[in-house]
Design a protein. Sequence first.
Length: 133
Amino acid sequence: VMHYIAQGPLDAALMAAAKRGTNIAAERIPADRRYVSLMEFRRPLGLDDDGLRELEETVGGFVDRQTVPLATILLVAPGDEDAPMVTDMAPIYRRSRPFFVHSDPAAAWAEVNRVLREAGLPEQPMPDGLGEA
């Protein structure tokens, strides 16, 4: 499970830094490329056009390297499931993998374990502090 935590707003500079970090992390993904991505976004949310382009390039780079997770699960605060940032991100991720949005940490982690189970991988314990600001 690759677990990211970010707090917005997400602009081009922050997304470029995230892309660099993600590219380093991608080099450490298991050789069989079977993993789940859990992204936890904390308030304030926000993603400007330049940040969205950086995100699209990052996701595209993973697709080009065939380093796509089995699924991407987004954990946001209650009420943020339909925030513009979330709705802007969804189609980018859905081009290459299943994408789910949750506002409850236990439900998000249950989704992680469901995807792992369906892939024949062992379930993982929920990390301490998931969803806590």
